[in-house]
Design a protein around this ligand. Structure first.
Ligand code: IPD
Length: 277
């Protein structure tokens, strides 16, 4: 329908900010878990649902022909070829405990809404507790609170601050701990901040040097990927594959191959698993 990347990005920012305001203002003193998902430690709160409902209503009003893929609701089919990929609260465990790292992540992609085949046109990650807002449009660069950002250029892996995250499944976590044992001795230090969307944005503005995670869902990563790549970072998977559920690695072009080699040797994507991903 001739919509521009700039207009999509502006809408992503409006959506993420509106949902962020709802979540911030509605956070009760004690957050109750409404349900659990993939495992007992994977929470959904009333606010996850309310935030996603608001996003869906706004998209239906402004872009009724677009499809929607959201973490907490049913997929909505569209006719425009564009899909909004929504994480109403990324970092739900932080939200639950009041640790200040949770975000609304909104992206719009062309093509099938899977990391292997999509083109992320625009995205916004709005950090709810402190209001920081990262956004990017394809070919337009990335900003934090309106100011252009560039990803960092650390001299070596050993002087790099690396972000990562863990899934909710116990078996997966013990595998991730083994991979961590290979990576931790080789870097400056590791941060597990609790929101993949924010991690990718911190990578984009140079607050983290490198990032990797296994098991990301499309909504955890869509907005963060366009912010990171537009800020100059490389985002990839292992074994020549694109970033996705099996593995997402992000960082500077000259250091990512070294991290990829370590992760492949540690079978960090479980490519050796017979069960697959
Ligand atoms: C989670 C966060 C976390 C990451 C997990 C995600 P959620 O998303 O992004 O940092 O390590 O893989 O599932 O459950 O808070 O929306």
């Amino acid at each position: 329908d001739g919509v521009t990347v700039t207009a999509l990005r502006d809408l992503a920012v409006r959506l993420a900010t509106a949902a962020g305001t709802l979540v911030r203002e509605g956070r009760p003193e004690r957050v109750e878990v409404a349900a659990t998902k993939s495992s007992d430690v994977d929470p959904v709160t009333v606010m996850d649902r309310a935030s996603e409902e608001l996003l869906r209503e706004m998209i239906a009003a402004e872009r009724p022909d677009d499809a929607i893929l959201g973490e907490e609701g049913d997929d909505v089919a569209g006719t425009s070829g564009l899909t909004w990929v929504l994480d109403p609260i990324d970092g739900t465990v932080n939200y639950l405990y009041g640790v200040a790292s949770w975000a609304v992540s909104v992206a719009v992609v062309a093509g099938p809404p899977e990391p292997a085949s999509w083109t992320v046109l625009a995205g916004c990650v709005h950090s709810i507790a402190d209001g920081r807002t990262w956004s990017a449009g394809l070919g337009e660069g990335a900003t934090r609170d309106g100011a252009p950002i560039r990803s960092g250029a650390p001299a070596s892996l050993s002087t790099s601050l690396l972000g990562t995250g863990f899934g909710y499944d116990a078996v997966r976590r013990s595998e991730q701990a083994q991979v961590l044992a290979q990576v931790l001795p080789r870097v400056r230090d590791i941060r597990r901040l609790g929101s993949a969307a924010i991690d990718l944005c911190l990578l984009a503005d140079g607050s983290l040097d490198l990032y990797y995670e296994r098991g990301l869902n499309p909504w955890d990563m869509a907005a963060g990927v366009v912010v990171a790549t537009e800020a100059g970072a490389v985002v990839t998977g292992l074994r020549g594959r694109p970033a996705g559920n099996a593995m997402t690695v992000a960082g500077p072009r000259d250091l990512v191959p070294e991290l990829v080699t370590i992760l492949e040797a540690a079978d960090a994507d479980g490519a050796g698993d017979t069960a697959g991903d």
